[in-house]
Ligand binder design. Structure first.
Ligand code: SAM
Length: 284
């Protein structure tokens, strides 16, 4: 099955199984033979490393991961792909396919049971309809992961990896940077997929921090504050936070003074440290 990244081999396998792509499940399969080896190489897969893959499709990336990692566990929601994967991964003894929804599987338990004693990384060409929820779930559950290397839409990549204090920054950029050090690894054109999507993609890598980037007294309040500030990003911090968190303007002004934040600033002008100081001042 070494020819799996060859488009005519992929076509004939899909035809043989009578497979029809589901748009709803974000099924755009990689058919550019150079992309999967690059992803597998850069995600940290190697001896002693377990890889969690989300959405193996017909297994193109899975095979590359299997060749490098100690073990690969791939979660696939579409049961029509299970017989396909059985065929395409028949010679990959270190791969286990789990049928399920990545948003519902108990990931903590899965990692404990499947990757005992191994370092664990995530590597996936993510279904685009749940890019941010999947990434935020992986980060917020504080799973013992070293890194998350994923292909996402280019615009999502730019947002996820945006630096605080820049126009591209949004609530998700702040949240990602709190837990991880994000970087864009390389771009992938829409023509690398079957069927081709309407947008280009990027592969990003999030290296998880051992400790969050800033010290927060009340994490829940910190994330509510960030959401409130970017929820009305054209408004000043004073107004967006007061209305988003339902607190008086006087309280927000006082917290801004304590945190050294200009109340008339916009969310996109604040650094991660500024958000942290403001959250800590508000929680005090
Ligand atoms: N890895 C393959 C590749 O690169 O060619 C397929 C990637 S395709 C963009 C996304 C895959 O995720 C599909 O196989 C799809 O069926 C699967 N998928 C969609 N939603 C899912 C979910 N909630 N949980 C697990 N897998 C899902």
């Amino acid at each position: 099955m070494n020819e799996l990244s060859n488009i005519s081999v992929i076509r004939s396998i899909l035809e043989k199984h009578g497979f029809r792509f589901s748009k709803g499940l974000g099924q755009n399969f990689l058919v550019n033979p150079s992309v999967c080896p690059r992803m597998a190489e850069q995600c940290g897969a190697g001896p002693g490393v377990g890889v969690l893959e989300i959405g193996p499709g017909i297994g193109v990336l899975t095979r590359e991961l299997s060749a490098r990692a100690e073990k690969v566990v791939s979660i696939e929601l579409d049961d029509r792909l299970l017989p396909v994967l059985e065929e395409t991964l028949s010679d990959c003894e270190n791969v286990k396919v789990v049928h399920g929804d990545v948003m519902k599987v108990n990931l903590k338990e899965l990692l404990e049971n499947e990757f005992s004693g191994m370092e664990v990384v995530v590597c996936a060409n993510l279904p685009y309809y749940i890019t941010s929820p999947v990434i935020m779930r992986l980060l917020e559950e504080k799973l013992p992961l070293k890194a998350i290397t994923v292909m996402v839409q280019k615009e999502a990549a730019d947002r996820l990896c945006a630096l605080p204090g820049t126009r591209a920054c949004g609530a998700v950029s702040i949240s990602v940077r709190y837990y991880a050090e994000p970087e864009i690894l390389f771009q992938v054109s829409r023509g690398s997929f079957m069927p081709p999507p309407n947008v280009d993609s990027s592969v990003i890598r999030l290296r998880l921090r051992e400790q969050p980037a800033v010290e927060i007294q009340d994490e829940r309040l910190f994330f509510r504050l960030v959401k409130a500030a970017f929820g009305q990003r054209r408004k000043t911090i004073l107004n967006s936070v007061a209305s988003g968190l339902s607190v008086g303007k006087g309280t927000v002004e006082e917290a801004c003074r304590e945190a050294g934040v200009i109340p008339g600033a916009r969310a996109e002008q604040l650094t991660l440290e500024a958000f942290a100081s403001l959250a800590n001042a508000l929680s005090a």
